[in-house]
Design a protein around this ligand. Sequence first.
Ligand SMILES: [Cu+2]
Length: 459
Amino acid sequence: MRREVLLRFSQTPGMDSSTIPPPLPGLAVEDNSNHEVNSTGAARRPAESPRVPIGFLLSQPAGPPTIINMHFRTTIVTLLTGVIALSSALPSAQSDSRKSSEAQHSKGKHTGKEQCSDPIVRREWRHLSMHQRKDYLRAVKCMMAKPPKLGSYAEGITTRWEDFIWIHQSMMPMVHWVGHFLPWHRLFLYEYERVLREECGYAGGVPYWDQSKDYRDILASPLLNGEVSFGGNGKYDPDAPLSRLPTFPTFDYTGGGCIHSGAFKDEVIHLGHTNDSSYHERCLKRNIVREPAREWLKPSREVDVLKNPNYERFAVALEGNLDWNTDFGIHNAGHLCIEGDMADVFISPGDPLFYVFHANIDRIWWKWQQANPSARRFDVGNPIAPRVPLFADLYPNPPPGNVTLDFELTMGPLGGNRLTVETARVMDTRGTTPDEFEAGLLCYTAWPGSGGGKEWDGV
Ligand SMILES: [Cu+2]
């Protein structure tokens, strides 16, 4: 009998919010932001009138509260020190943001013109030396062994690694199949990379996994084989739960159980599946299949995606919708080829493959931007509301309108104000922004052959 369906494209019924302790009052949110001080000495973002992170605006759903909504409400309260009326916050947040941008512009600020000078280099896994691969895997295990910073938010958060899983889990309905899918995940990877480097002594950039190199036989990928790898398929489990996607064909699965090779064969995850953040002790599972990789990860797919002339079409083509026959997308297909944890859209960052996979999605976006920088570096759009209505019960009243450069992204308590930033500030991986914005956050580049950036010598 099947106990669970990993890619639950419907809400899990019967979640019991009483199992989750409320956050501690006054819980410290990591916040390293330096509020900019203008010529009159006033902070540009005074604490008494904070701008609302638009991504966090949730209206109350009808019916009993779910765990996810409980978390969102507490996160809003934690993030915002002032008392605000959530019901009216969205329009004012947008206009405040514009006013603030205009005010900066009128002062003639040009903080975001210069490219950062010493970018972190992200390279394909195969371009790392054995030493560098080992060091990356070591740093990941370091994150898995470190205590969490968000442990008071959910019982299932017991490690630094799980801080990240939970943020993705709790924000899932607001950051997938939306205009800000790419920028939000770019910011998520930025913070992950920062923690690897600053808290775990890793010297390089997040490696990326160009899955198109493995499209003929994904199970033979060097990322999945050998001691110095992410491990391969899960043990065969004929009862393993499978994705239940409309139009997704039936494949011959050979895995489904716990992974049993590579660096992470003993990893224990404490968060549940989908939006269940209560305490568990479970292994990482995979159910890797060759057929969807042969069809959806072949190099011509990337070529076709890169042909899209504007962000609106490009971003949807890259992320994908859910029709296998027409627009499944490199991103959706990449998750589904791995199955198991990677196919659970809430908790997929539990599998370390998530980050190398998403670094590749980010690289494809970067490549598209690089092909015409003047037109594309700050090109963004598409609705803030999810275009795939599968999680409407978790996110019932998304804001109207399209994502613009001043749309505010947030990582919630993972980064506090430091990571609550306008989309403009993560558009360029070398940190430039249009005149009216503060300088960008990012400083990475230089996949081999791309030019620019110092090669990373490793350890
Ligand atoms: Cu995601």
